[in-house]
Design a protein around this ligand. Structure first.
Ligand code: AMP
Ligand code: ZN
Length: 112
């Protein structure tokens, strides 16, 4: 279910521009507006759900689908030497957008 105020739902509806690198019927991948590495992409699902902890069976299928697609998308976008995936969950992790997303970081050797 879409959320009218959610920034990522707004990107999905085309109300906010994004630098898209991949899109299909289930997911969208675009460049993070404040990159934390040379390559910083965000993979979002087209279904709005807030938290990894909101997982149920169909959402788990969606996340599995995204994880299946990410290796090719990352490699095609400058992360052929590897990348790091991050999902922030909640306040202590610094989650700021409450629409499930997977950070893809790479394009250079990452600290830590
Ligand atoms: P998180 O802290 O895991 O919730 O990550 C949210 C990410 O979304 C941050 O890295 C932001 O820089 C990024 N972000 C927020 N608004 C936009 C936007 N309009 N376009 C692209 N990335 C965005
Ligand atoms: Zn949303």
């Amino acid at each position: 279910m879409e959320d009218k105020n959610c920034v990522f739902c707004r990107i999905l509806r085309g109300e906010i521009p994004a630098q898209k690198v991949y899109e299909d019927d289930k997911m969208l991948v675009f460049k993070d507006i404040e990159p934390k590495a040379k390559i910083h992409l965000l993979a979002i699902c087209k279904d709005h759900f807030k938290l990894l902890s909101d997982m149920d069976e169909s959402r788990a299928e969606l996340v599995k689908y995204m994880l299946g697609k990410i290796p090719l998308i990352a490699a095609a976008n400058g992360c052929e030497n590897g990348y790091r995936l991050i999902i922030n969950q909640g306040g202590d992790a610094g989650q700021t957008v409450f629409h499930l997303h997977i950070h893809i970081l790479g394009g250079e050797p990452l600290p830590w």
